[in-house]
Design a protein around this ligand. Structure first.
Ligand code: HEM
Ligand code: HEM
Ligand code: SF4
Ligand code: SF4
Length: 386
């Protein structure tokens, strides 16, 4: 496309520059019924899956229809969402903290019509555009990351694995038959952008090979002490090394040495230093964690724990991943008590029973060996089940 200026003048970059104006205030976008009753809500109920009703002091009601979103969206798709909001909701809509989309209307009749309309919309390939659900004790959207779409440190893909898992568990999004809501999250490396460390079930991209050192470039591209300090286990040290460059010159460079037996493939040094890449087609894969939560309801917030040490990357449909997640969800759904989150259930029955009931294999990889706190994760009691 030919260049079209926005009015910005590259010769005077600071002229007419607007800065530090922050986000738009949310009150500019409130539907009238929300603006009017803000701070005066009395109670709410889930009318049916994907449909909430809030009652205000004066008697006003607002009906919210929640539908799934892929998070990664084209402008065409956002325009389609706007068209729906224009048609049914006076041009108002909102996105949730799990990237679902919520449409608000003022009567139950309108809400039911809207739900039916949303559930009827399909992409050419057959997938639902706006499947309604995500409320109550079901399985809602998967909070996820960039993967191979945009990041340079991933060990797996985000959008792909999430599509696989939500296809596998699709019926649960539009129903409320779990003991409590199940939050599944995904992160494509253990930087854990998002919520994997605090979710009921979490999918995590994992490497199994140490970095490959690009000695010729390392001192040119990296601040060596930062790479040394990036390592949580002290596997990296500075060193000098004689190398033969790509052009055939022999020279001695400042670089690093990595003790492979100490490296546990976190990839942190690569984040600091472009000359330490470590992604690998067969080495990389997935770890599954379970039992985390952020709410304070009954039990305190919990971290999720490692329950599957490795699942290979199997693009595009990751069948082993889909099967394993279903296995955990089914064992939990059939055994946990009402209101128990996955972590509440696992801790009540004991993790030895969690592994038995889910059929997952326990290996030495699950035993914490990271510094002094590892000790507290071992069992200093004779209380356990055979
Ligand atoms: C206008 C006011 C409010 C808005 C817009 C709002 C919005 C939300 C959203 C978007 C979620 C997450 C839904 C998802 O999973 O996608 C949520 C969760 C929740 N909200 Fe609110 N909320 C509001 C007020 C309240 C109030 C007043 C209460 C309680 C008195 C409340 C209790 C909760 C609880 C308990 C959860 C579930 C937390 C969990 O994930 O464990 N909310 N809310
Ligand atoms: C006496 C008042 C309220 C109580 C005791 C209450 C309690 C709760 C509880 C226990 C949950 C389920 C949390 C969970 O399963 O972890 C919930 C969910 C939720 N509440 Fe309330 N709530 C109240 C008022 C409100 C109000 C006024 C709003 C919004 C204006 C609100 C918005 C929500 C939302 C959006 C959810 C999440 C629904 C879902 O995704 O399934 N709540 N609330
Ligand atoms: S989790 Fe890691 S790989 Fe994924 S987006 Fe975040 S930093 Fe990038
Ligand atoms: S990948 Fe992690 S553990 Fe391995 S050397 Fe780099 S920073 Fe250290």
């Amino acid at each position: 496309m030919a260049f079209v200026s926005s009015g910005y003048n590259p010769a005077k970059p600071m002229e007419n520059r607007i800065t530090d104006i922050g986000p738009r205030h949310f009150s500019e976008f409130l539907p009238p019924v929300i603006a009017k009753n803000k701070g005066k809500w009395l109670w709410h109920e889930i009318v049916e899956p994907g449909l909430l009703m809030h009652k205000a002091e004066g008697g006003d009601e607002v009906y919210t229809v929640r539908c799934g979103g892929a998070r990664l969206m084209s402008v065409g798709h956002v325009r389609a969402l706007c068209a729906i909001a224009d048609k049914f909701c006076g041009g108002h809509l909102r996105f949730t903290t799990r990237n679902n989309i919520e449409f608000m209307v003022e009567t139950l009749e309108e809400a039911k019509k809207l739900k039916e309309y949303l559930n009827a919309q399909k992409f050419d390939g057959g997938s639902h555009k706006f499947p309604v659900g995500g409320t109550g004790a079901g399985i809602t959207n998967i909070v996820h990351t960039q993967g191979w779409v945009h990041c340079h440190t991933p060990a797996t893909d985000a959008s792909g694995t999430v599509k696989v898992v939500l296809d596998e568990l699709f019926e649960e999004f539009g129903q409320m038959r779990m003991p409590a809501q199940v939050r599944i999250s995904m992160a494509c490396c253990l930087n854990m952008c998002g919520a994997v460390h605090c979710s009921d079930i979490a999918i995590l991209g994992y490497h199994r090979k140490p970095p490959i050192i690009d000695h010729e470039w390392l001192d040119n591209l990296c601040e060596i002490p930062l790479a040394v300090a990036a390592c949580p286990v002290g596997a990296i040290r500075p060193t000098k090394k004689e190398i033969v460059t790509e052009k055939g010159e022999t020279k001695t460079v400042n670089t690093v040495a990595i003790k492979n037996e100490r490296c546990m493939f976190c990839g942190n040094c690569y984040t600091m230093c472009p000359s330490l890449p470590l992604s690998d087609q067969t080495g990389d894969g997935l770890v599954i964690m379970a039992g985390g939560k952020v709410s304070n309801r009954i039990s305190n917030p919990k971290f999720s724990k490692v329950v599957v040490a490795f699942i290979p990357n199997e693009p595009p449909r990751w069948p082993t991943l889909a099967k394993t997640i279903r296995q955990i969800v089914e064992a939990y759904a059939s055994d946990a008590r009402k209101y128990e989150r996955v972590g509440d259930w696992a801790e009540r029955i004991g993790w030895e029973r969690f592994f038995e009931k889910t059929g997952l294999e326990f290996s030495e990889h699950m035993i914490d060996d990271f510094r002094d706190p590892a000790y507290y994760t071992w069992r200093q009691t004779t209380n356990f089940k055979f």
